[in-house]
Structure formats: structure tokens, C-alpha cells
Design a protein around this ligand. Structure first.
Ligand code: G6P
Length: 609
């Protein structure tokens, strides 16, 4: 999603803004741009494509000045192009960057066209800069004009704007997408996340929805959504400023896949004792919060929702009625909220707009409170939660989530183990504790299947479609396997519970349809195996991840490929079976030559609806 960096300083801000944009690249984008007040006017550089292209343009023609705004754009209204890239300019003296969607842009555009403003782009964002110019022409006061304009906008936005008549200040606003202020000595910055500004400061103010700020080098004036002057606390970021690097791996995704044993260890650290989940791991209020839980609604999007689907089966084993809800649906439903419902919000980024809105809705709708499972400290979702369990997977750069997913599952398993302890279900708690302890080593063993996965990838490489099958705890893992494959290799892939095969997808099976099946040694094994025979009988090519003791007797050996999985625990087997599926999608994408870390059209942090 779009990223914003802006700064007002004595020194030249362009290098700081470029570094900030580079640090926001992980969010996903298609074009980049910057506008700087260079002494007498605002000058702009924009490119279709990567930040590195912008850097090259700036090397040819530097933009030198102490006031600037910069942006990475993820297209919503108007195709990816240089013309649609931000900053947008009105006349020659106002420049603006926007993250989000202006829902009343059509009405505003019509009004501005009538007033004689010319539009140079197809974006919704451009209406904001022209409206700013229009109101400024009436008020002659940039601060006042900006505040009036924000009050007329509907939708979700983070904004930063500068005016050529004041080289020492900028205006910013937040309503939805994240925006933080970074405070330096005699200089101030704003950005979509703290990480973008860590090279220049670790002192931040997190803007709240409805906030507007007038930012100069030495001061910040902040108004809240009621228009009242407000002071917000400054926080010191505890994030590491390490510039993410690939450490010899070809892609971040591959590095992150291999970091999973450690990500799991980090998530467990200080939380898992010898025989139990450590009391205190979830904070002082956890026992009373968890203690009264009678129902659970898990709310998430994408990969995070699949983590939720696995964990649902653990919570149900504990006797707690649990549903898993796609946030974008939940937020618009008339949800019947049972008594004492704990909401579990799962989000690697902590900023997903739909998840945020669904959690807010659940709170208003009478939920007991939110437990946030999140990989981003200080993110929006953690701020509305009663209890936050940070997954500590470390920064994930690849858009397709891998280590954040296994860390989410680990955190959800810790919660299940702890609730079991509180309820006196010692058997479950002991089994979960033992399973968690054994997990990192089992993931290491699964990673060693790398070479065998290469062979599978060569078979799947030229296919147009793929089916993934699993049952029980492994059905969500098959969904995740299919999602990974489509996200980064662009092969159409779908997942089904194996028992559903006969109710439709079997019609698709022929020699062109690879079927990836998860067949661990569990109580559903015989049923899965008989589903697989049905596939083979129709000429489908099978790729089976088989549990250590599983024997599948192929009818035609050339159509069946089997990888023997390491021994796993009953409860946490899904975390291990997801590893070869991640590797498979990675290898297929690599062979097809796609942009693995930043797949087309996708974003890591989805801050608009
Ligand atoms: C995007 C990301 C996915 C992620 C999903 C939910 O689509 O590319 O990797 O699973 O958003 O994001 P969240 O940050 O809420 O987990």
C-alpha cells in the first residue's frame, strides 16, 4: 500500500526521504515520487516502478531543500503510471501525497472542474491538492485551508502537504491509514511507519484518527478530530534500526522461510516453561480476561485468517465455541455477539484496515475484548487490544507471509495451552507444551526437504492450475499452500477439504491438474488416502506430503510423487507441513521468473479497504 515520508529540516531532506521510501518498499507499490521546495519553487521527481529508479533520477537532477514530501503509490484509482504517481501539484505552489481512498472524489472533482481546475492524473488523490489550492485562494492561510479541506474529505486518508510560500512547515493528517511524526533536534518528519524514520530519530508521536498537525522544524501543533488542540504522548521506539538485508539469500522470502525455526523460538522465549506456558506471559490482566471466555471470534485477512482457522480446532478441543471470520465480511454483518466473546485479531502488519474496522465493530458490539496477535509493535491494532501477544518473528519483508504465519500459529498455540492450564485441562496443556518445545527442530527437518521440493517444482512449473487438498488441522494449511502459489507464481490454485472433492473439484481433475495433498499420520488418514485414489483413478498427478508411517500404494507410479515428512506432534503438525508448501511456491516462482518479494498488484500492509 502507499507509503508516505515527509520532512522539514535545516539540512537537505531528499536523502532522508529516499531512505524512508526504501524502508517502506515492503508495503508494496508500483510507482514513487518526491517533491521538494528548492528555494524558490516546488520541484518534483516521479517514476513508474521502483524507488531505485527515483534515486537514479535524483542523481541526474538532485532536489535540494529542507522541506519535502515523498510517496510510494499502490494504485487504487488510476493505473500505475508516472502521471498518476504522487506527489500531486496544484498550480506550481502546493504539493500533496495521499495514502488511502477519497470516497467523495467524484463530487469534489466535478466541483473543481466547474471552478476551472485542470486534472493531470486519474487519481482520487488529485482532488485534494486542487481543493487545497481553491480553499487557499479564499483563506490565504495554508493551515486553515488544509484543515477546511480535511473536513470535507470522506473516506480513508493519510496526507502530507507543502506550500511554496512557507519553506519551513508542512501539514499532515490521519484518518485511517497509519501516520507517525518523528521528532529530531530542530527537525521533524512524518511517515507511514516508524521504521522509515529510524535512521533520523527514535522519538515518535503516533497520530490518531482525525488528527491534523502543523509541523515546523521546531514545533508541532496538533488538533484532534473535534478540532481541539491536543497534546499526544511521545514514545521512544524500541525497534531495531537494522537495515534489512538478504544475508546471502536470493530473496527475502527465502531468507524468511529459513528464519522460521528462530522466529518460533523468539515467539516462545520467556513464555514457555519446562512443563507449562508461563503465567504472566500475557500480562497482568490475562487471567481474568481469559478466565471468563465462553466464546471466541477470530478476525483476520489472508494468511492470518488461515492461522486463525488452524487455531480454531485447538480452541474447540478446549470446549470453546470458536468461529473464524474474514474481517472485510465481519465488519459489515449484523453479528450476533454471544456472551463473553473474546475477539482474537490476527495481523502481521497490525495495520490492515479491514481487520482494524472489524475489531472496532466487535468492541462496539459488546465483545469481551480483543487479544491481538501481531508482528508489529506499536501498530494500530495493538493499540485497541486489551491484550497483545507480539509474535517477534522479526521484520518480514517478502509480501507473501511465511515466518509471520508460523509465528502467529505459535502464539495462538501458546494461548490455547495457557487457556487449557487456566481451565485445569492439564493433559492438553502438557501436550501443547511438549509439542511447542519440539517444534523448532521439526521445522529444521522440514526445511531440509528443499532438494525434493525442487523436483516437484519442475513438474508444476508449466501448469496453469493446481489443487491443494487437506483435512482437519491441515485444511487451512492447504488453503495457505494454494494462496502462496497464486500470490508469487501467478498459477491459479485452489484448496479443498479432501472430503469435498466429489462435490465438484473432481470434475477438474485430468493430466493437466497437479494435486498437492497433505496426508499426515492422523485420524483422518484413511479417508484422505481414499480421496487420493479417486484422484489417481481420474488421471490426476499427485504430490503427496506423507506422514512418516504413511503408505500410499500408487496404481501408476509415474503419476504419484511422495515426500516423507519428519515425525511431528499431533497438535502442531500444520506448522511443519506448511514449510514444504512455502518452499514449493518459492521454487515455482523462481523458475517462472516472477518478482518473488514484491508480487504484482499485492501489498504487505493493506491500509485501505
Ligand atoms: C496482505 C499480505 C498478506 C497478509 C494479509 C493480511 O494481503 O500480503 O501476507 O496475510 O494482507 O495482513 P495482516 O497484516 O493483517 O496479517
Amino acid at each position: 500500500m502507499c507509503g508516505i515520508v515527509a520532512g522539514v529540516a535545516e539540512r537537505s531532506v531528499a536523502p532522508i526521504l529516499v531512505e524512508g521510501l526504501r524502508r517502506l518498499e515492503y508495503r508494496g507499490y508500483d510507482s514513487a515520487g518526491m517533491a521538494v521546495f528548492t528555494g524558490t519553487e516546488i520541484e518534483r521527481a516521479r517514476v513508474l516502478g521502483k524507488v531505485v529508479g527515483l534515486t537514479e533520477q535524483l542523481e541526474q537532477k538532485p532536489l535540494v531543500g529542507g522541506l519535502g514530501i515523498a510517496h510510494t503509490r499502490w494504485a487504487t484509482h488510476g493505473r500505475p503510471s508516472e502521471m498518476n504517481a504522487h506527489p500531486h501539484i496544484s498550480g506550481s505552489d502546493i504539493a500533496l501525497v495521499h495514502n488511502g481512498i477519497i470516497e467523495n472524489h467524484e463530487a469534489l472533482r466535478a466541483e473543481l472542474l466547474t471552478d476551472g481546475y485542470n486534472f493531470a492524473s486519474e487519481t482520487d488523490s488529485e482532488v485534494v491538492v486542487h481543493l487545497l489550492a481553491k480553499v487557499y485562494s479564499e483563506t490565504k492561510d495554508f493551515v486553515e485551508a488544509f484543515r477546511q479541506v480535511v473536513s470535507r474529505l470522506e473516506g480513508a486518508f493519510a496526507l502530507a502537504a507543502i506550500h511554496a510560500e512557507d519553506s519551513t512547515s508542512m501539514m499532515i493528517a490521519r484518518n485511517g491509514p497509519p501516520l507517525v511524526l518523528g521528532h529530531g533536534l530542530g527537525e521533524n518528519f512524518a511517515a507511514s511507519d516508524m521504521y522509515a524514520l529510524l535512521p533520523v530519530t527514535n522519538q515518535f508521536t503516533v497520530l490518531e484518527d482525525g488528527d491534523i498537525a502543523h509541523v515546523t522544524r521546531a514545533s508541532v501543533t496538533l488538533w484532534d478530530k473535534a478540532g481541539e488542540l491536543v497534546e499526544r504522548a511521545q514514545v521512544t521506539s524500541t525497534q531495531s534500526n537494522d537495515v534489512a538485508d538478504k544475508q546471502g539469500y536470493k530473496h527475502y522470502m527465502l531468507k524468511e522461510i529459513h528464519e522460521q525455526p528462530n522466529a518460533v523460538l523468539q515467539t516462545l522465549e520467556g513464555r514457555l516453561g519446562q512443563v507449562q506456558v508461563l503465567p504472566g506471559s500475557f500480562g497482568p490482566d490475562a487471567d481474568s480476561f481469559f478466565g471468563g471466555v465462553e466464546n471466541i471470534h477470530i478476525i483476520a485477512c489472508g494468511t492470518s485468517s488461515y492461522a486463525g482457522m488452524v487455531s480454531r480446532l485447538w480452541y474447540e478441543t478446549l470446549g470453546i465455541p470458536t468461529t473464524v471470520e474474514i474481517a472485510s465480511e465481519y465488519r459489515y454483518r449484523q453479528v450476533a455477539m454471544p456472551k463473553n466473546t473474546m475477539i482474537i485479531g490476527i495481523s502481521q502488519s497490525g495495520e490492515t484496515a479491514d481487520t482494524m474496522a472489524a475489531l472496532e465493530y466487535a468492541i462496539e458490539n459488546g465483545a469481551r475484548g480483543v487479544l491481538a496477535i501481531c508482528n508489529a509493535p506499536e501498530s494500530s491494532i495493538t493499540r485497541l487490544a486489551k491484550i497483545t501477544l507480539l509474535t517477534r518473528a522479526g521484520r518480514e519483508i517478502g509480501v507473501a507471509s511465511t515466518k509471520a504465519f508460523t509465528a502467529q500459529l505459535t502464539a495462538l498455540a501458546l494461548v490455547a495451552g495457557y487457556i487449557a492450564q487456566l481451565r485445569g485441562d492439564d493433559e492438553f496443556a502438557a501436550e501443547m507444551t511438549a509439542a511447542l518445545k519440539a517444534l523448532p527442530e521439526q521445522i529444521v527437518e522440514a526445511l531440509a526437504l528443499d532438494k525434493q521440493i525442487d523436483q516437484w517444482a519442475e513438474h508444476i512449473l508449466h501448469k496453469d492450475n493446481a489443487l491443494f487438498l487437506g483435512r482437519g488441522l491441515h485444511f487451512p494449511i492447504s488453503l495457505e499452500g494454494a494462496l502462496k502459489l497464486k500470490e508469487i507464481s501467478y498459477i491459479h490454485a485452489e484448496a479443498y477439504p479432501a472430503g469435498e472433492l466429489k462435490h465438484g473439484p473432481l470434475a477438474l481433475v485430468d493430466e493437466n491438474m497437479p494435486i498437492v495433498a497433505i496426508a499426515p499420520q492422523d485420524e483422518l488418514l484413511e479417508k484422505v488416502l481414499s480421496n487420493l485414489h479417486e484422484v489417481e483413478a481420474r488421471g490426476g498427478e499427485l504430490f503427496i506430503l506423507a506422514g512418516e508411517g504413511v503408505n500410499y500404494e500408487p496404481e501408476q507410479s509415474n503419476l504419484v510423487h511422495i515426500i516423507k515428512m519428519p515425525a511431528v506432534s499431533r497438535l502442531l503438525s500444520p506448522l511443519v507441513y506448511t514449510i514444504p508448501l512455502q518452499l514449493l511456491s518459492y521454487k515455482v516462482a523462481l523458475m517462472r521468473g516472477t518478482d518473488v518479494d514484491q508480487p504484482r498488484n499485492l501489498a504487505k500492509s493493506v491500509t485501505v479497504e
